[in-house]
Write a new protein. Structure first.
Length: 365
């Protein structure tokens, strides 16, 4: 694999060296172990030892560990906690469906005790882009016959909801609060977009999110595959909802691309999340931004690389994003919104994370 070494040489390393504090990798390894294996399970310790055996120095060990997935037994407990909450809700709620979203569903979470997001989706109504669907039906030459058939079918089946969608969502949120409070001692109903419960037996949190379906034009045009279906999230403080959001498409794209690269995409995502979490500086980047950064890297650059080379690849991506003033162009995994545009604080956080990864890349040499 040939790297853009000229790009690294283009950097005036003097300013970095002057401001660069050394990284205590032994300390970071201990932080990572605590995060990945909070219950100090021996089987997990053995797995970590097996994965890092034969590596030289703490830098290599940290990098390898930072790319590892959380042990499957820990992840299973997060999913069990979600299922337990779902079963309580299923027994008492009507006109709802349940789905999961978030990093647990892509196996890119970095905590053994990671929480899980449970979507409770109101099925009394759907938000739609029906006006656009009907406009596009009258446009000439814009779509294939199959796409026109999809649009026509949806338009013919559509009927306006006669109820009050915001009253329905408000009532659903109240019902979720009631049911969760009756089953869980630790239940936080103060957040506007979710109810957080703690399953004390499994030592896991579940965020229960009130939502509804959003049938976007994109979803209708491509045949109403649920992977492409959007949701809209309810906010109880404003009694409104916001969408479309495409959690299932994002999950599918990350899972598929990582499978096509033998897990390398997810290794880069986990690595950046761990470096962010272990930094002495506050780096305000979420999974949303980190997923977008890694997903935007062409697979041809990393599909056959070993773990150490992934550090240089992801560093180069972040470096050129800000140096070449391309931050405004980066879109989400789904492609429906800009990640850094008009967000100077996020760009500053990107530079901080890039600098952290640069230090690690130098220490790997």
């Amino acid at each position: 694999m040939q790297f853009d070494t000229a790009s690294q040489n283009d950097i005036n390393c003097e300013w970095r060296n002057e401001n660069m504090s050394s990284i205590n990798y032994n300390s970071r390894i201990e932080k990572l172990k605590s995060r990945y294996n909070p219950d100090k399970l021996q089987i997990v310790e053995n797995r970590v030892f097996s994965e890092t055996q034969g590596l030289f120095g703490d830098t290599q060990k940290y990098v390898r560990m930072a790319m590892m997935a959380v042990d499957s037994d820990y992840t299973a407990k997060s999913k069990q906690a979600g299922e337990a909450a779902k079963e309580h809700l299923k027994r008492e709620l009507t006109d709802v469906e349940f789905r999961y979203q978030g990093s647990v569903m892509t196996d890119t979470h970095i905590k053994g005790s990671s929480d899980i997001d449970l979507l409770v989706i109101c099925t009394k109504f759907n938000h739609t882009d029906i006006d656009r669907v009907r406009r596009e039906l009258n446009a000439i030459g814009n779509h294939t016959s199959s796409e026109l058939s999809n649009l026509r079918s949806y338009s013919n089946r559509f009927s306006h909801y006669q109820g009050n969608c915001y009253a329905d969502l408000r009532q659903l949120r109240l019902d979720i609060e009631r049911v969760m409070s009756s089953h869980y001692t630790i239940c936080d109903i103060s957040k506007p977009k979710s109810v957080k419960i703690t399953n004390q037996n499994l030592h896991r949190d579940v965020d229960v999110v009130t939502s509804c379906w959003y049938d976007s034009f994109f979803y209708v045009l491509h045949g109403e595959d649920e992977t492409n279906r959007a949701i809209s999230i309810y906010n109880k403080e404003t009694n409104t909802d916001k969408g479309p959001d495409y959690p299932f498409l994002s999950i599918s794209r990350i899972n598929n691309r990582s499978a096509a690269t033998n897990g390398r995409l997810k290794r880069m995502i986990r690595f950046l999340k761990n470096v962010r979490s272990d930094s002495d500086k506050k780096i305000d980047l979420t999974s949303f931004e980190i997923n977008a950064i890694c997903y935007d890297i062409p697979t041809s650059e990393y599909q056959n690389t070993e773990y150490k080379d992934l550090v240089n690849i992801v560093w180069s991506k972040m470096y050129h994003l800000w140096k070449d003033e391309k931050t405004d162009d980066l879109t989400s995994v789904v492609g429906n919104e800009y990640v850094f545009k008009n967000k100077p604080d996020k760009v500053a956080a990107l530079k901080l994370l890039e600098d952290e990864v640069w230090k690690i890349s130098q220490d790997l040499k």
